[in-house]
Design a protein around this ligand. Structure first.
Ligand code: LLP
Length: 420
């Protein structure tokens, strides 16, 4: 995979841009636009990079479902043997529907409801990542009432700065996530004393789109120190969950390769018996996907030229929300002249942009691919402006599978009623 693009299985050929062996133009023709297209080979390669780097030590890669929760994607990871990191009962239902193994599921999140706890206990998940004292008490009660024992890890907040976008940094003292380090010991003692809980592990997750592994190593050192202090008190943990967070290249970022990211962590863990759990999301799916969209209009302006496309901020929220950069590539190459365009959607907000100031040689009706859109793209989409959500396709070699049909408008308001 020697693609000039951040999406490793994307290539430019006589049929225009192809993902694996499927021309994107053929997908647009078959399924319309906007459509998310994912590469099974890229998903698998990303997963296998983790598997290979972890070979020889007890470890479980729990794919963070929130990054892309399409059943086709989940089933691909289930087949590869992945576990799953979920944050809602809905995500658990998806994992099970996709053939995932409940015994490999960890449940994160600060706001688990009683119903979600029951659902997860019934399914027999691997572990609850508990984020507060109040949650610990609630879980003990719920499990006790069901006559079950809930496996738990405390998600500790190691108070390290991951140096990423403030919206996606989670391991600082000022964030809402996890249990403060100083309180963790007392909370573990409490958990160990509750008969309906089983202390299974410890977890931490410091942020997302990390381009430097050092803060994670720093967090891991703190976590290991706590694990040893717990062991000295007779509280012995089975696993250490170091969360997700490894970044990807969107533009010119240079995140470490998975093996390089993990090497210092594996060195820290060398000789230790605990199983290592990881919760990667973005690094497994981000660069396995593109968002395919068609240009509706070109609108030359005095100050700026606009390319109005049929995808919008409801399909891909990241540019509007984080000012995120996604590479934009024309599916069919045209001879120059290129012009600079604002790539905008049809939504009635100035914040509805997908990319600023991109040089493209295009005509109305042309297809564009927004790259690196496999993570937090479709998963964060909405129906704003009563727009039906995009279709989703997985390509596998020369084959393509529609893994989500485009919504129709009737589905959007099927649960609504006019005043009678
Ligand atoms: N584990 C926990 C507890 C998390 O909160 C997250 C992400 C992950 C794992 C997966 O992190 P990853 O490997 O994907 O970095 N919507 C934002 C990203 C939000 C990430 C939230 N938590 C974006 O589009 O950049």
């Amino acid at each position: 995979m020697n693609s000039p693009f951040p999406v490793p299985t994307l290539s430019q050929g006589p049929a225009g841009l192809s993902l694996e062996d499927v021309p994107l133009a053929a997908i647009a023709q078959a399924h319309g636009t906007p459509t998310y297209v994912y590469s099974l080979a890229a998903l698998s390669a990303a997963y296998n990079a983790y598997r290979d780097a972890l070979a020889g030590r007890p470890a479980l890669v729990c794919y963070a479902v929130k990054a892309n929760s399409n059943l086709g994607v989940l089933s691909a990871f289930a087949r590869l043997g992945a576990g799953f990191d979920i944050v809602s009962g809905g995500e658990l239902a998806r994992v099970l529907a996709a053939g995932g193994d409940a015994g490999k599921v960890v449940f994160s999140g600060v706001g688990k409801s009683v119903a979600e706890m029951r659902q997860a206990l019934d399914a027999g998940i691997r572990c609850f990542n508990v984020e507060s004292a109040a949650e610990l008490e609630r879980l003990a009660e719920v499990a006790g009432a069901m006559g079950k024992i809930a496996p738990i890890a405390l998600r500790v907040n190691p108070d390290v700065d991951p140096k990423t976008h403030p919206y996606i940094s989670t391991g600082l003292r000022s964030n809402k996530f996890g249990v403060a380090f100083d309180e963790a010991l007392a909370l573990y003692r409490r958990a160990a004393a509750l008969p309906s809980l089983r202390v299974a592990g410890i977890g931490c997750h410091i942020g997302s789109q990390l381009l430097d592994g050092a803060p994670v190593v720093e967090a891991a050192e703190k976590v290991l120190d706590l694990v040893d202090r717990l062991a000295a008190e007779g509280i012995v943990l089975d696993h250490i969950d170091l969360g997700g967070g490894l970044g990807i290249r969107y533009r010119d970022e240079t995140p470490p390769a998975v093996a390089d990211y993990l090497a210092p962590l594996l060195a820290l863990l060398a000789g230790r018996r605990e199983e290592l759990l990881l919760e990667p999301g973005r690094s497994l799916v981000g660069n396995a996907g593109v968002l395919l969209t068609r240009i509706e209009y070109l609108k030359p302006g005095v100050e700026k030229n606009f390319a109005v496309v049929d995808a919008a901020m409801n399909d891909l929220a990241r540019p509007a929300l984080y000012d995120a950069w996604h590479e934009v590539v024309a599916v069919a190459q045209r001879p120059a002249p290129a012009r600079r365009y604002e790539i905008v959607g049809p939504i009635c907000e100035s914040g509805d942009f997908l990319a600023h100031d991109r040089e493209l040689a295009v005509e109305p009706g042309d297809l564009l691919a927004l790259l690196s859109a496999g993570a937090y793209g479709m998963a964060m989409s909405s129906n704003y402006n009563t727009r039906t959500r995009a279709a989703e396709v997985i390509v596998d070699g020369a084959r393509s599978h529609l893994v989500r049909a485009r919504e129709n408008v009737e589905q959007l308001f099927a649960a609504e009623r006019p005043l009678g």
